[in-house]
Design a protein around this ligand. Sequence first.
Ligand SMILES: [Zn+2]
Length: 361
Amino acid sequence: MEENPDESETSITISNSHLLEEVKKKCRLSARRSTKDCEKSSFRKSFRIDYRLEESVTKSQKGKDGRYINPWPTWKYPSLADVLKWMILEKDNSKIPRCKEELDKELPLVCPYFVENPEQAGMKKGGLRVTWLGHATVLVEMDEITFLTDPIFSMRASLSQFVGPKRFRNPPCTIGQLPKIDAVIISHTHYDHLDYNTVLSLNERFGGDLRWFVPMGLLEWMQNCGCENVIELDWWEENCIPEHDDITFVFTPSQHWCKRTPIDDNKVLWGSWSVLGPWNRFFFAGDTGYCSVFEEIGKRFGPFDLAAIPIGAYEPRYVDFSKFIRKRTFFYVNLFLRILFEYYLPVFGGITCRSYTDLRS
Ligand SMILES: [Zn+2]
């Protein structure tokens, strides 16, 4: 059939204008993206200043006994009487299923799949991928590096593997099955966040190639474990992995405490981590309750692309000894998350209840 030249021209015009619109759209998007990148990169340069010198940031503080303290009025240590009341009188509301079938339904265990060659698999250079490995352990693949948060692969969060809080779900993989890890970030020393056997195993597998970012006061403990590549930081201090100096690890504050033995309360600092890359920003809250410092973090380093935030452990209220996100404050926290984070990953669970909070809530 002979083509009508007018029709053909019209269709070309339509197609061209459509194409033009597409190109314009792409240009607008790319301009927006490069502005965002630019803002990010120009903002990045300011990370090199020492935030501890600023009046407006909350610096770490020690009490008269030389131990770290929480400098916010929102923090309150639970009394011994309250802890005893909780341990003896409170009934377990965690509703953790007792049988495997129910557990598989509520909290299925899925063996993670790690991509060996991200580029071959079509993954982009500046991508962000996280895999929750139970409790506060998250494997983060971000801007060409891979790091772990508070890794625990042991069956118990305890001094001994014979007593103490036990996992109700096994770790979804072994340390041997992990991909190459560039760094580990540690938020504080509680057994469910700093596990001796896991530190030894990771050090055995990756040795000095693995950089450990730890809170102030933990360097000696890490060195006693045989770890050589350890960076110990105070709140607002930063460092990086040598071959990836475009990604900044900042140790940011949180409201919590540290303890591993009856006599070492708060000798080590605790905190959160802000990991700032050229393409993505990741926030790891560690263990924390809500306090005003998160506004300071958001103001300096937000918005984050993804944040791993603790959930649960808010009951019973009179103990609330973890100072986690409470139910009644959850909406405020949500609001704050909306301001600071594009997405968030709720973490915790997998180790026997430390607070009697409904697992499914
Ligand atoms: Zn803790």
